[in-house]
Design a protein around this ligand. Sequence first.
Ligand code: ADP
Length: 256
Amino acid sequence: IKVDPIKLEDEETMVIRCLINIEDVTEKVKLEKIRSEFVVNVTHELKTPLTSINGFVETLKNNDSIDKDTRDRFLGIIEEESNRLRRLIDDILMLSFIENNKGKIDKDIDIIDTFKDVYDVTYKLAEKKKQSYSYYFNNNKVLIKANKDHIKQLFLNLIDNAIKYTPEYGKIYVEIIDRQDSVFINVKDNGIGIPKEDIPRIFERFYRVDKARSKKIGGTGLGLAIVKHIVISLGGTISVNSTLNQGTEFSVKLPK
Ligand code: ADP
């Protein structure tokens, strides 16, 4: 609480009054803390691949005698880490656009149509892992007021996670249920699941369950933070139900 006392002298009665301006700054302080932590995290996340790229470039530059196989392996790592940098930058920009409501041209879009666009891309990823990937809608057209790119991103992040965190031959299932005032989007998998103690934190930026395992799988730790912000910007809610080694279901409710 910020208190700004201003002394006022009343000439007639000589009473000294105090004007106290009480402003609730707890929210501001909290936001400022989140922002500065974010900058520290972003810097760290960007530095890690950069350090690795620099290291391998230096090694290649200073060693003429490196055999072809080793050279190719190092170049492969440099390529991988550059891709990771690009993904990180794309996700950070996306998050900032959504937070600042930029590019927010909300018009009537068809959720089913948008999902089908994403299905065509994600189907190939599931196919590579020989996963079964099915969907169900109770209506062939479901209109909501939203930015199509944001809805695409929402589907993409949830489905991409379902595929990533489900082993080969697993099952991915997407359900879109149209109700009178809302639309429900459920993305379900029978993959590795999320430990109970991690569930409250998975929507935080850069939070990843079991860093070592997640690093192998790829990803930036920003996917669910982006989803959460899209859902909030549309006045909706998101919940998760997960059992370790059995599977996970994300449920999104968006007002129509
Ligand atoms: P990432 O880029 O690491 O996938 P996200 O923000 O999308 O970042 O997800 C945060 C963490 O939540 C992931 O690292 C993963 O551990 C966990 N997670 C998200 N979706 C699933 C899922 N469908 N099954 C199991 N774990 C998941």
